[in-house]
Design a protein around this ligand. Structure first.
Ligand code: DGJ
Length: 550
């Protein structure tokens, strides 16, 4: 695995050292920074592209289980692993903390030149409270549970009880204090996820007395004022929902948003956000790493949890949880591009905390939405240097400095093509590129060849100068046209690799390798030269293209 632009974990100590809290300067802590057109994760002073993978839920609970996987994860070209840290194992008795598993994960990550993002499985994991310590579970009088609309108590901690968030925030703060002590200098740990896919069963709301009172009380001023002042900037579907109920500027939740089920969801979203914010804030007071939440997606009510940060509730979460820096969609649903677009709004930095292992999606999110990174789930079970994802990560890792600069400049685009969507036109800089799935003489893959075969045509296009481009990708081809009346052709096309972040040219491509169409007279009518480039199927490769006009 190559981390060419970042000293791997600053060649960290393989053991854990205790840094004095005073020695950790805030500016050196991994943080998010708006750089030009992109918000990026800055690690040790440089932008960092998260080429990540998330472990299955129980993996990080056993050092023995993980032992065999660390080398495989490193060999699969990842630079960051997302691993659960659970409240039940960290605080087995009230106020008594055990960070042995956290320390082991940090030690092993450093040993394998990997970074970590920890997932705090605290009050909720996918709505339920299965990761709370036994002393919380067995004491529902002190740590009260959710009351369903049918009068049943369910095993979810209630959002409306102060004792719950206080206990969670106390544990999370202790965890962040510990991470600062053992990692405040080395920066192996880059970000924290607070809780996991929070929410309660579809379109319902908690019925504990405090929840009922809150529902009948006025919508909090903080949210109401935000909606009124930012009317034109709201996510359109949220604005429409509010306007359909009469654009009221005060009133109870039912008065302001109407009596539809979505009002329950908006109400729960506000209170989940407020709770998660208190936990995140307590953690940041100890060690202010960037913090995010992840979202369980669905198209219609019942397919996802009420109160989660679905796109319609993005603004509610942003206002309710200012300590949360990023709202990350867990994209398992088919339309990856559409879900990216729905979260690339309202200033939300792009980061995909969970998804399927799919090289094309990784390229797409990073290239078309300036994503900070992507993290397929269940990664230890598929960690292998020969997978399409590992091959994609290898090239993305090599080209990361160029990609990150291009994200900041807004000089990067991406395409992801398949049989249903075989062509796409991309405008970048002065030129227009007509991308299509690569045409070979071999028969097209049959559906039986699987999902990867259908989605493995992808490319990132980077504008590196007025007439210069870098192209990274697999199984695509493109011709291009210039602006105005002059036609455009290939001045120089080379394939190559990156060594220590620097371009190392390989073959100079010409002849059959740039002529995509030999019918020059007819192409010329449309201002085209018929010249372009191809990227063969298989492991993605890099090209540098220089264009001239005539
Ligand atoms: C989404 C959850 O956030 C993950 O922890 C895991 O349970 C996956 N679903 C399983 O597909």
């Amino acid at each position: 695995m190559k981390l060419l632009y970042l000293a791997p974990c600053t060649l960290a100590l393989f053991g854990l050292s205790i840094a004095h809290s005073q020695s950790v300067s805030t500016s050196s802590i991994p943080h998010l920074e708006k750089r030009g057109k992109a918000t990026q994760l800055i690690v040790d002073g440089r932008p960092f592209l998260l080429l990540a993978g998330e472990l299955t839920n129980s993996a990080s609970s056993s050092m023995d289980y993980m032992e065999r996987y660390w080398p495989k994860l490193a060999a699969a070209n990842m630079n960051t692993i997302l691993a659960a840290v659970t409240w039940e194992l960290v605080e087995p008795e009230p106020g008594k903390f055990d960070f042995a598993l956290v320390d082991d994960a940090i030690r092993e990550a450093r040993r394998h030149h990997l970074h970590l993002v920890f997932l705090w499985f605290g009050s909720w994991k996918n709505g339920d409270s299965t990761y709370t310590p036994l002393w919380v579970k067995k004491n529902p009088r002190q740590y009260p549970l959710f009351l369903a609309e049918n009068g049943q108590v369910i095993t979810y901690l209630s959002v409306f009880k102060e004792a719950n968030w206080k206990a969670d925030a106390n544990a999370f703060a202790a965890l962040m204090r510990h991470i600062r002590e053992v990692d405040g200098d080395a920066h192996t740990v880059l970000m924290m996820q607070v809780e996991n896919e929070v929410g309660c069963p579809g379109a319902t709301r908690d019925q504990v007395p405090e929840a009922k009172a809150a529902f009948d009380a006025p919508v909090p001023r903080q949210l109401m004022d935000y909606i009124v002042k930012n009317r034109d900037k709201l996510v359109p579907e949220f604005r429409q929902y509010w306007e359909a109920a009469g654009s009221k500027t005060s009133g109870t939740w039912a008065e302001v948003f109407g009596g539809q089920p979505m009002t329950n969801e908006i109400f729960m979203a506000w209170y989940y956000a407020s709770y998660v914010d208190k936990v995140a804030k307590a953690g940041k007071a100890e060690y202010p790493l960037p913090m995010f939440i992840n979202v369980d997606l669905g198209e219609s009510i019942g397919e996802y949890s009420s109160g989660g940060a679905l796109p319609i509730k993005l603004n509610v979460w942003q206002q309710g949880a200012p300590s949360i820096d990023v709202i990350g969609p867990d994209i398992y649903l088919p339309d990856f591009a559409e879900w990216c677009a729905r979260y690339d709004r309202s200033g939300n930095p792009m980061w995909i905390p969970e998804t399927r292992s799919d090289a094309a999606n990784a390229f797409y999110a990073i290239g078309n939405h300036a994503a900070m990174g992507i993290s397929p789930f269940g990664i230890e079970r598929q960690a292998d240097s020969t997978t399409p994802l590992a091959q994609a990560y290898e090239l993305l890792g090599q080209a990361a400095p160029e990609i990150l600069e291009a994200q900041a400049k807004g000089a990067i685009k991406a395409v992801s093509l398949d049989a249903q969507h075989p062509t796409e036109t991309v405008h970048l800089g002065d030129y227009t590129f007509a991308f299509s799935v690569i045409r070979t003489r071999r028969p097209a893959p049959t559906p039986a060849a699987g999902r990867d075969a259908q989605t493995s045509s992808y490319a990132i296009l980077i504008s590196t100068g007025p007439d210069d481009y870098t192209i990274l990708g697999s199984a695509v081809q493109a011709t291009f046209t210039g602006p105005g009346p002059s036609a455009a052709a290939v001045a120089k096309l080379e394939e190559g690799t990156y060594v220590d972040g620097r371009w190392m040219p390989g073959r100079r491509l010409n002849g059959d390798d740039i002529m995509l169409n030999y019918d020059a007279p007819n192409k010329a009518i449309k201002n085209e030269s018929g010249q372009g480039f191809r990227l063969a199927a298989g492991a993605p490769k890099a090209l540098h293209l220089e264009i001239y006009r005539y």
